[in-house]
Every structure is written in C-alpha cells, then in structure tokens.
Design a protein around this ligand. Sequence first.
Ligand code: S6P
Ligand code: ZN
Length: 185
Amino acid sequence: TKLTFPFKVDIDFATGHVTAPAKVLTRRLSDLQGLFMDSAAYEQMLSRENPVLYDVYEIQVPEEAGHLASCTTVIYPGKVGKEYFFTKGHFHTIEETAEIYTCLRGEGYLLMMTRDGRSRAIKMTPGVSAYIPPYWAHRTLNCGGEPFVFYGVWPADAGHDYAAILDKGFKQRVMEVDGKPAVTE
Ligand code: S6P
Ligand code: ZN
C-alpha cells in the first residue's frame, strides 16, 4: 500500500451526492437486461422510456489491499411489473472479502446468497447497518416511494463479479403484493 494522504468528503444523506473525488456510475433500465422476472413488462417499459434505476457515487482510492473503497448508492423508486427496481448484484472477485451497507434514507431490502444456495434478506431503513460476509453475493432494491440511499464500505481490491448473477439471477425477489413488498423464494 502506497502512502495516501488523509481526506474527507461530504455526503448528502437526502440525495446520496458525494463531493469530489467521487466517480459517478449511472445504471439505466437497459443495463439490466434479463434480470427482472416479468420480461414482457421490461420490454414494454423499455420501448417507452429508459429510466435511471440507480446512481453510484464512488469515493476513489487506490484499488489495492489495505485500502477501503466506499460509495453511496441511490436507487430510485419504481417497479418493472410488480418487481421493485434493484441493482445488478454481484459476488466480489476476491470472494473472501466482506462489505458493510448502512441505510441513510428510504426503504429497501438487501438480498444476499451464496453459491451453494443459501439466501438471506435484510430490511433496510435509515440507521440500519448490515454486514455482508465473505462469499455472499449482494443486491439491493428500493421498495418505498422515495429514493433509497445507502453507504457501502469494502476492501478496495475486492472487485466485482457479475457473471453468475447475469446467468442464474438471484434466488429471492421482492415483489409488490396487495400494495406491500413481499419477499418471495
Ligand atoms: C461494491 C458495492 C456497491 C455496488 C453498488 C451497485 O462492492 O457492493 O458499491 O457496486 O451498490 O450495485 P451493482 O451490483 O450494480 O454493482
Ligand atoms: Zn459489493
């Protein structure tokens, strides 16, 4: 690890915006092809509009062991069919790396699963801080009516592995049933 100087950023809990040095990553509906359960609803929505599902504001540090990367993620409210907007979801490339998510605003779920088929869901509301252990893939979703904002911290060299999720998806889904979010197997 090279010597790095201490620094600070300001996080706006309402919008998730982070002051420099942050890198912004925007994911739209078209970036999540094949991931939502109702593919007809997905195609229909995409034929009319291509909304932003979430923005990631990453606080940039060297991607090396010893450093901690962090970001805010803002998932906007909305659904594809009955399924709430979610992130792509990933394992870490270095699978034995954990992560912590702390909710700053809104209402959502953190879905987690292992390659051998175990799964867990944690309800996220402001002040809830969730621990994602090594080896657990993770996806978040917004099941409320306002932006869902959380702050995540992970080892900077962990990397992202999206392949397994794009291939097999997530075991659990969160759908609107009778006007309320329900976690389905
Ligand atoms: C990185 C961390 C988050 C996600 C972000 C978007 O390890 O878990 O920064 O990258 O919430 O999710 P995804 O699945 O599209 O990368
Ligand atoms: Zn992660």
